[in-house]
Design a protein around this ligand. Structure first.
Ligand code: SAH
Length: 344
């Protein structure tokens, strides 16, 4: 069985052509995928016989809802989805002033091992297919019945560690014959796989590149992120500068603040110095604390002080709003709990 959501428009058209179907069928089928159809009867404008034949080769239920939680504080909705092979992923639907945004996972688990991140701790299952990423957007939007105009690949996993499927997913998500999301409304977040960042820049996809920096220098970065031992910050920042040179696009730096580790005034000064002159924006994240692990969240004062120092040096800086704090909406927390519950 293949997942129909894994197919591009051209592949759907080729399949239907082989089945002897007229050319317009591909548009109909792809439109249903854009609408997040979860079963064959949903595709009401297709002849029952065609649906029956398609269902012998393809599945539409590659993603099944396992758990759904709604935040009482801000209405954020988090879902855990079960994949065909029993792996779990998480996706989050957030409401912003400008509309709805979905945060999706690119892998079941993660291999990057960042010290502060829950995703790494529940272990690595596998990378997701493009269709599994696509369904987190289109099925979730269909389930909730809301218009979703934004997507961020900031859930579980390292998207650039799943490069080919990620790029395929972005093209499918963007295809106007399907869901048709504008890629300017999509952000991809990476911990800094420099070689893959260079390739990604050259794909020419107008998405926003977010880079998880979390440190002003290599010493601190290596304490927090194993990937920092593979590439230096100089190499990483050069890949960001290249991204801006080639695409003209601004890079976002994610910076989670941990008490005493990377949130001191001198760290802010050093960071400002390192990224001076770049077309960049720093997004400060009041860190989520893991139950175990020595890293503590910075105080509100430390966050403000850090922000003020960057702003005074002409760096564009914002503090990320916390959403869904009551439903473990952050970074692999729910999957980890569900995986742990499995082992009990
Ligand atoms: N692997 C990608 C995307 C997934 S993580 C990346 O590293 O960017 C999405 C963001 O959440 C990253 O910036 C990550 O560093 C951050 N994050 C993970 N755990 C966190 C925590 N406990 N507190 C604050 N931010 C965290």
């Amino acid at each position: 069985m293949r997942d129909l959501y894994d197919l591009t428009y051209d592949e759907v058209a080729a399949e239907l052509g082989r089945m002897g179907e007229p050319a317009f069928r591909a548009g109909q089928v792809y439109q249903w995928l854009g609408r997040g159809a979860g079963d064959w009867p949903a595709m009401t404008n297709l002849p029952a016989s065609l649906r029956e034949r398609l269902s012998r080769t393809f599945r539409l239920d590659g993603l099944r809802l396992s758990e759904r939680r709604v935040s009482a504080i801000d209405g954020t909705i988090k879902c855990a989805f079960l994949l065909q092979d029993g792996n779990l992923v998480e996706s989050v639907l957030m409401r912003y002033r400008h509309g709805y945004s979905i945060c999706l996972s690119s892998q079941a688990g993660c291999r990057m091992g960042c010290a502060f991140c829950a995703s790494a701790r529940a272990g690595f299952g596998r990378s997701l297919t493009s269709g599994e990423m696509l369904q987190q957007v289109v099925r979730f939007a269909a389930m909730e019945g809301v218009p979703v105009h934004h997507a961020v690949v900031m859930g579980i996993g390292e998207p650039l560690d799943n490069y080919t499927e990620l790029v395929r997913f972005l093209r499918c998500l963007n295809d106007p014959r399907g869901f048709g999301m504008g890629l300017r409304h999509v952000s991809v977040s990476t911990c800094g796989l420099v070689d893959k960042m260079i390739d990604f820049t050259d794909e020419g996809l107008p998405v926003t590149l977010s880079v998880s920096l979390h440190a002003p220098n290599d010493g601190i970065r290596r304490r927090l992120m194993p990937i920092a031992a593979r590439w230096t910050m100089d190499e990483l920042l050069e890949a960001c500068r290249r991204h801006t040179r080639v695409t003209g696009r601004r890079v976002t730096f994610e910076y989670a603040l941990f008490d005493g580790v990377n949130d001191r005034p001198e760290h802010a000064e050093e960071l400002a110095e390192r990224i001076r002159g770049m077309l960049a924006h720093v997004n400060l994240i009041p860190a989520n604390e893991l139950e175990s692990g020595g890293l503590k969240q910075s105080s509100g004062n430390a966050v403000r002080r850090f922000q003020d120092i960057l702003a005074a040096r002409g760096i564009q800086v914002t503090v990320r709003r916390e959403l869904g704090s009551d439903i473990m909406a952050a970074c692999g927390q729910l999957r980890r709990r569900l995986e742990e519950a499995k082992d009990d």
